[in-house]
Design a protein around this ligand. Structure first.
Ligand SMILES: Nc1ncnc2c1ncn2[C@@H]1O[C@H](COP(=O)(O)OP(=O)(O)O)[C@@H](O)[C@H]1O
Ligand SMILES: [Mg+2]
Length: 420
């Protein structure tokens, strides 16, 4: 499945990136052509004005003397030409140097019916070369010369040629761009997929661990039920069944919490409350449950106001206090300390229990992890991972110090306010 997502994402990214690049190219090409051609058209119109004025002057002064100038222009240069025509005869002209082109052009100008004031396009082929012209025609403004016309032309072959080169370059670079887009997309997708793959594998592991944990109590329950079938009077078995069910309920509760809290800031519903009061209440209920344990609460400041999710904080304290009781064998003494600064609250829970081996310390917050030495106790290995999730959701910190045979201290640091 991951493989398929990977491929689809690379394809989609490539298409998107390539489209953006090609669009950019197309836009710049259109802008380039439009600007070039527009500029030329404007100059041609200005040129026509000048020529009209000049033609009228000359016609007024000299009458119709025929005069043809060859202009030293080749196909490469942007150049303007002019033709004055009276009674369908050229009386004055500035024409291209190339005789063939000049002749073809004259022929065409005399035969074609161009609309006055509108830009027309013509092209003339000579050998392998093709000349492109822009043509603009007008009558003389004065009624005196009703049969006189002026035609101006611009050779814009270089612009056409440049545009062709531009398209070639664009096509070539599109191929390069698509390749680049593909490489970029693969890189981006690989990077983001790494994270997804990791969390996907973790989720799979989590589900299989959870199923495994649920299977054990279920098979125990099944064998108890079988036993009861044969000996319905055994009350002790009913108690064991209740115990197992309690265990399973606890497991399901923790699994649900983990799934709900998992890296999701939305899970928190923070409000302001006194954490020392929550602590005292939790300790009181623990005292009722475990009469053999001495709980000592040391609080340097009264009224430890904090902004946090109270339900989660209760869950967190419950997990740590329960562990402290569970992993202390005899003469159980648990000290709880609370301290406040201007920005944080520090809570610590110290027991005089079995302690944790140094090599085990990096694993204790992992899901379903339990130390070899604590296997005699019932447990799921979910408590501390849930505790860590809760602390992380509150932007806090949880640390542990422990000595085998001496005891452990779990220290939680929580900010007084939650960032929004
Ligand atoms: N206070 C403690 N003293 C000694 N070991 C502890 C203590 N708290 C946790 N541990 C160790 O860390 C493991 C994980 O704890 P936890 O996640 O609460 O799971 P569980 O209590 O269900 O085994 C425990 O199995 C135990 O080995
Ligand atoms: Mg526990």
């Amino acid at each position: 499945m991951i493989e398929k997502i990977h491929k689809t994402l690379v394809l989609k990214y490539t298409v998107i990136i390539a489209c953006i690049l090609l669009l950019g190219f197309a836009a710049s090409y259109i802008a380039y052509r439009h600007n070039g051609v527009q500029l030329l058209e404007d100059t041609l119109r200005d040129y026509l004005e000048e020529e009209l004025w000049e033609a009228e002057e000359v016609l007024n002064k000299q009458g119709q003397t025929s005069e043809i100038h060859k202009i030293k222009s080749d196909i490469q240069s942007l150049y303007n030409f002019t033709y004055w025509i009276v009674d369908n005869k050229i009386i004055h002209a500035e024409i291209p140097k190339d005789d063939f082109i000049a002749e073809q052009l004259s022929k065409r100008l005399l035969t074609q019916q161009y609309e006055y004031g509108k830009i027309h396009h013509e092209n003339i082929k000579h050998g392998k070369q093709k000349w492109y012209f822009m043509i603009l025609k007008s009558k003389l403004p004065s009624d005196k010369f009703a049969n006189a016309e002026v035609i101006v032309l611009a050779n814009y072959t270089p612009i056409r040629k440049n545009a062709k080169i531009y398209i070639k370059v664009a096509l070539f670079s599109s191929i390069v761009m698509i390749l680049l887009a593909y490489i970029l997309a693969s890189f981006l997708v690989s990077r983001s997929m790494k994270y997804i793959e990791k969390s996907y594998a973790q989720q799979k592991q989590f589900v299989s661990d959870a199923a495994h944990e649920l299977r054990t109590p279920l098979s125990i329950l099944y064998s108890y039920a079988e036993l009861l079938e044969h000996k319905p009077q055994r009350q002790d078995i009913l108690n064991d069944i209740k115990d197992e069910i309690q265990q399973m309920a606890d497991l399901v509760e923790k699994l649900l919490s983990l799934a709900r809290y998992d890296n999701s800031k939305i899970a928190i519903s923070a409000k302001t409350f006194y954490v020392d009061e929550t602590l005292k209440a939790t300790i009181r209920s623990m005292e009722k449950l475990y009469s053999d344990v001495v709980f000592k609460f040391v609080n340097s400041d009264k009224k430890l106001e904090i902004e946090a999710d109270e339900v989660m904080i209760k869950q967190l304290l419950g997990i740590l206090l329960e562990n402290a009781v569970k992993y202390t064998i005899s003469d159980k003494k648990i000290t709880i300390k609370a301290k406040k600064t201007s920005e944080i609250i520090k809570l610590s829970i110290t027991d005089n229990g079995i302690g944790i081996k140094e090599s085990d310390l990096p694993h204790i917050f992992d899901r379903f992890w339990r130390a070899e030495t604590s296997r005699h106790q019932k447990g799921l290995g979910l408590g501390l991972s849930l505790a860590k999730t809760i602390v992380n959701l509150h932007n806090g910190k949880i640390e542990v110090q422990s000595k085998v045979g001496k005891g452990s201290t779990f220290e939680i640091t929580l900010p007084l306010r939650q960032k929004r």
